[in-house]
Design a binder for this molecule. Structure first.
Ligand SMILES: [Fe+2]
Length: 343
């Protein structure tokens, strides 16, 4: 797909050959990867390598392409991924229980910044278990998160990976397409959700095509992000402590925009030197009975230990990475929350 002229119908052969030699159609380099078509539309001399993330190469994970339309600016769609607390309210308390009961619990929120990554961990108590659900943004627009339906926090789960791998792509200033794969398998969402509507439920908790009344009664992500208007006026917002991820994302994007405007190049994950590029979105459930009173601080330390264990395993082959991270999780679990300092 480089603009080469393949045929010039109805022309004498000599003319056809001449046209093929001299004429090129306007074209963007494009290629297909696992059922999605990617195009590069920037300056030819600045074309980056295609980032192959580790989730694309996990064994036994079926990746099913889907796209989700939004009638608003792309940045509003990204807000949701860096605002993990919305799952407790939008997807549980305000609407119906769109994923599972465990999502209704408001957990401890912790945010992590590293290179092009912005991670938000929501750590919740579900009975005797602690559920760590890690949302991931790779700047500027690649997102992953824990499973939608693989766990409700009631059963142990060690190092589950992302329910989806998704790019939030602007169509124009007021329209967006999330272009993605839904990931099914033991470390993704359950294969029984691999149905025509499964990726829609994973994407936003409801099917896309529904009535106005359904949208009013049971709002999902589309209603939340489109409800702010086609382009949110940030000056009218009142960011609160749980919006830390939103603020961090905007600051990082602004830095990148200014760098590019000044003639620089944006950060590239492929410059990390790791192949495949490591990612972190996913969820883990550990059995750790309550340590007493307010568990926010111990949950926060647990989330840091979980994320640090994943960072330490960067660049390792997947089996070794799983071994290291799971080993660390088992250590944390057996140490328990009360003795977390010793872990
Ligand atoms: Fe959501």
């Amino acid at each position: 797909m480089d603009g080469t002229l393949l045929e010039a119908p109805g022309q004498p052969e000599a003319a056809c050959t001449r046209l093929k030699d001299r004429v090129r159609l306007g074209a963007y380099p494009a290629f297909e990867y696992r059922g999605l078509v990617f195009a590069y539309m920037g300056p030819p001399q600045a074309q980056p390598e295609f980032p192959v993330y580790d989730t694309f190469e996990l064994a036994d994970l079926e990746m099913v392409p889907y796209s989700a339309p939004f009638r608003c600016n792309w940045l509003q769609v990204l807000d949701a991924i860096v605002d993990p607390i919305h799952t407790s309210f939008l997807h549980s308390r305000i609407s119906r229980e769109q994923f599972s009961e465990g999502f209704g619990e408001v957990g401890q929120m912790d945010f992590f910044e590293r290179d092009s990554w912005l991670l938000g961990c929501n750590t919740r108590r579900v009975g005797d278990n602690v559920w760590l659900r890690l949302n991931e943004l790779v700047l500027p627009n690649f997102t992953q998160a824990g499973a939608a339906f693989a766990t409700d926090g009631t059963a142990r789960r060690l190092y589950g990976r992302s329910a989806f791998s998704r790019w939030v792509v602007p169509v124009d200033d007021e329209h967006t397409l999330a272009i993605a794969w839904a990931n099914f398998g033991e470390r993704g969402d359950p294969p029984e959700y691999n149905t025509p509507e499964g990726p829609e439920l994973i994407e936003q908790g409801e099917v896309f095509d529904r009535s106005y009344e359904q949208r009013q009664r049971f709002p999902a992500d589309a209603e939340a992000v489109e409800g702010m208007g086609p382009i949110t006026v940030h000056a009218n917002e009142h960011l609160a402590p749980s919006d830390k991820g939103v603020a961090l994302m905007r600051r990082r994007l602004r830095q990148q925009v200014r760098a590019v405007a000044g003639g620089g190049t944006p950060d590239r994950v492929t410059d990390s030197g790791f192949e495949p590029v490591p990612t972190y979105g996913g969820d883990t459930v550990l059995t750790m009975p309550a340590a007493g009173r307010d568990e926010g601080e111990v949950f926060s330390r647990l989330a840091h230990a979980f994320v640090d264990a994943q960072f330490e395993a960067d660049g390792m082959p997947e089996p070794r990475r799983v071994e290291l991270v799971v080993d660390k999780l088992l250590q944390l679990e057996s140490a328990g929350l009360a003795h977390h300092d010793d872990a």
